[in-house]
Design a protein around this ligand. Structure first.
Ligand code: ADP
Length: 151
């Protein structure tokens, strides 16, 4: 049985922190699906979804076992449809932990075959945060050191 993990998130935008979690996840899973969720509470995106799909695909062009999909349903349902038994998530700090802890409980209740797996951020990427990138980009600042592709 192939170990398939879903890496769900808003990825608005996808950052070097996210890239690091996916690449490290490859030592645990046979296949990783980067799943861009939309229509959540953060429904207004800054970077259009189709643009982000293209950029993430470009980032992992050399990895046949990493794919990119979009979804607008329960993460637990989308995981089931894709035969993913694992949810991959990253943890930067205690704020992430509090949030991740509650969504992991909910996801497990919704789909009891689903295990959430957490990787602790690499120190180099710990301060990288999508909302800061959006702010810097909005005012024409240079975000190239925080994202793994060219805008
Ligand atoms: P969400 O809206 O679901 O929080 P994000 O796109 O912000 O989605 O993040 C997706 C996942 O990546 C989350 O588990 C988040 O904690 C993790 N993550 C975000 N930034 C980093 C980073 N710099 N290092 C490690 N993990 C990160």
């Amino acid at each position: 049985m192939k170990r398939i993990a879903l890496f769900p998130g808003s990825f608005d935008p996808f950052t070097k922190g996210h890239e690091d979690i996916v690449l490290r996840g490859l030592s645990l899973f046979d296949e990783i699906i980067v799943a861009i969720g939309y229509n959540s509470s953060k429904s207004q995106r800054y970077f259009p979804i189709a643009f982000m799909v293209e950029k993430i695909e470009e980032t992992f062009a050399n990895y046949p076992n990493i794919s990119v999909k979009t979804f607008s349903e329960l993460t637990a349902e989308f995981a089931k449809k894709n035969k993913a038994k694992y949810l991959l998530r990253g943890l930067r700090n205690t704020t992430d932990f509090e949030y991740e802890n509650s969504i992991a409980q909910v996801n497990r209740n919704l789909n009891n075959e689903l295990e959430s797996v957490f990787l602790i951020t690499s120190p180099l990427f710990a301060s990288i945060n999508s909302s800061i990138i959006r702010e810097v980009h909005r005012y024409q600042g240079d975000v190239s050191s925080m994202i793994p592709y060219k805008l």
